[in-house]
Design a protein around this ligand. Structure first.
Ligand code: PEP
Length: 257
């Protein structure tokens, strides 16, 4: 019922030539993603234009940005706007990644402003949420994630539910090689869906994709994607190689058919 979404967050990797090379590598493996899987790549903003050109030759693989500002334009040195993303051909934007929250001071309030602006300008959004190791050890992980989602979705209208994707990314699993167990992931994803049911109607919440992120690789993707509320992955390291990224897409395809 929910198509898998396999999304690559390239972070601060791949300038224009590396972006073209990586996407051409994917194109050599496949020019059309399987029907049951939607793909997404999110290169750095400087490489979005080059990526858009190559992506024209890969059906089912969309383009996304890693961040956006909440104002239309003006004196915001170093920032990019939703309209710029629209113009370049971005369909998605990642918002509230833990690295943005930790290194760039993004608060729940800022994330919410970016959510509202992006939806207004017709971008699909991948809202990242997740707890620290300290919060998990203190058994505060569910509360933390619930609050992040409620804050991010404040004032979001029911009509925009279809443009929302949530990525559950335990901070202790990002780039560490450690993953949540399938049971831990399912437990959180189920809780996230119940939070979404409090924000939107149950029917809409059922359709929202909840991705798992945190050291997802070809060797652990199957057990995570098998969980009933895990609808895809937000993938960092393993999305930087054409073969590992397409391998995860193939695993999702096998599970969807
Ligand atoms: C991420 O940064 O969103 C991420 C999940 O990274 P990694 O897969 O490298 O842990």
């Amino acid at each position: 019922m929910r198509n898998f979404l396999i999304a690559g967050n390239w972070k601060m990797n791949c300038g224009i030539s590396a972006t073209t090379e990586l996407l051409n590598g994917i194109k050599e493996i496949t020019t059309s993603l399987p029907k049951g899987v939607d793909g997404l790549v999110c290169p750095p903003s400087i490489s979005l234009h080059a990526a858009a050109n190559v992506l024209q030759g890969i059906e089912g693989l969309s383009l996304g940005a890693q961040n956006v500002h909440f104002e239309d334009n003006g004196a915001y040195t170093g920032e990019i706007s939703t309209q710029m993303l629209n113009e370049i051909g971005c369909e998605y934007v990642i918002l509230g990644h833990s690295e943005r929250r930790e290194y760039f001071g993004e608060t729940d309030k800022i994330v919410n402003a970016k959510v509202l602006k992006s939806l207004d300008d017709d971008l699909k959004i991948v809202i990242c949420v997740g707890e620290s190791l300290k919060e998990r050890k203190a058994d505060e992980h569910k509360l933390r994630v619930r609050k992040q989602i409620q804050a991010a979705l404040t004032a979001v209208e029911e009509k925009d539910a279809a443009k929302v994707v949530i990525a559950y990314e335990p901070i202790w699993a990002i780039g560490t090689g450690e993953t949540a167990t399938p049971d831990q992931a399912q437990e959180m994803h189920k809780m996230i869906r119940s939070v979404l049911e409090g924000v939107f109607s149950q029917k809409k919440a059922e359709k929202i994709r909840i991705l798992y992120g945190g050291s997802m690789k070809p060797h652990n993707a199957e057990e995570l994607l098998q969980q009933p509320d895990v609808d895809g992955g937000l993938i960092g390291g393993a999305s930087l190689k054409a073969d590992s990224f397409t391998e995860i897409i193939d695993i999702a395809d096998q599970l969807s058919s």
